[in-house]
Design a protein around this ligand. Sequence first.
Ligand code: ISJ
Length: 177
Amino acid sequence: APAAPPAAATATAHSPYGQLHPLAALSAERLATGDLVAAAKWGTGSPIDDPAREQEVLNAVAEQARQLGADPEATVRIFRDQIEASKIVQRGLHRAWDADPGRAPTERPDLGEVRKEINRINGELVRAIADSPAARSAPYCAPLLAAAAAHVRHERHLDGLHTVALARSLRSVCAEA
Ligand SMILES: C=C(O[C@@H]1C=C(C(=O)O)C=C[C@H]1O)C(=O)O
């Protein structure tokens, strides 16, 4: 009997789409932590923008990229977008909770714990960036990345806010021509 076709992810792990899909999936995973960060900051007076923490994230990912022999500048560029996207989610949720306090979270996650999870995802994202230079510089990067993002959107049932933020998070993934 013919062997069963391998799972799509396995079959395409080294294809351009297989290199880009993890970037979209990890970006959505990182955005999901934006909900937790928004809840952690809600009602505390802590601003959504934390420039010191952002710099810490950018320094850490640049160093991780260097250690992997990857491009620290491309990595930082992509992470600036990741950070903007997280803030889109946080601002959107705070607006929604302001407008309708009944939808606001009743539990406040520990921001330090959420940031540990973000750090873990950051590390995986740096690796996905390091593993995808060919796909990111391919002329058909943009349509493949859009397809990967659409797949992730369906898989994770993303709402409008998170769909917009996902697109924002991926803006610099494909190398500009
Ligand atoms: C996620 C946070 O909110 C913002 C977004 C950040 C990020 O995406 O890494 C970092 C700092 C904040 O400007 C946070 O405060 O940890």
